[in-house]
Design a protein around this ligand. Structure first.
Ligand SMILES: [Zn+2]
Length: 139
């Protein structure tokens, strides 16, 4: 969430003035109004919202998503509600995920055995890469 205006006088002369209870505090230079909003950060970055929703659809729990992405499970629950994301109720597989460095990722892909009968998705995550991998069902 980018704050551009004072909610009271609509001035854009606002400055950050500390963080209170994980909320960013702002001060308006025009009318001296103090207000807080949810802290800016990666939890609000749409990149992480989309990653979190992808993981949710893959059947990964809110707590696990919190651990992987570092965003609060409450935020993830709110996004699921907000975007009306409905994950399938039954899974015939359970995906596994790993956070890998570029070197680890290269080593993984260099081994053809790791690519057999699987599907996977690799996505950039900070300075590392997150790999979600699921085994294809044997028919
Ligand atoms: Zn103001």
């Amino acid at each position: 969430m980018k704050i551009k205006h004072c909610p009271r006088c609509k001035s854009n002369l606002i400055t950050k003035s500390g963080v209170i209870k994980e909320r960013q505090r702002y001060n308006c230079k025009s009318c001296s109004y103090n207000f807080t909003v949810e802290k800016e950060g990666k939890s609000i970055d749409s990149y992480y919202v989309i990653k979190a929703l992808q993981l949710h659809i893959e059947g990964i729990s809110y707590r696990e998503i919190e651990r992987i992405l570092g965003v609060s499970h409450v935020s993830v629950m709110n996004w699921v509600k907000k975007y009306k994301i409905k994950a399938p109720e039954k899974y015939d597989y359970r995906p596994t995920y790993k956070v890998l460095t570029l070197t680890e990722l290269s080593t993984f892909f260099a081994n053809p055995a790791n690519l057999k009968n699987t599907g996977m998705m690799v996505t950039e995550l900070g300075d590392k890469y997150m790999m979600i991998k699921w085994e294809r069902l044997k028919s």
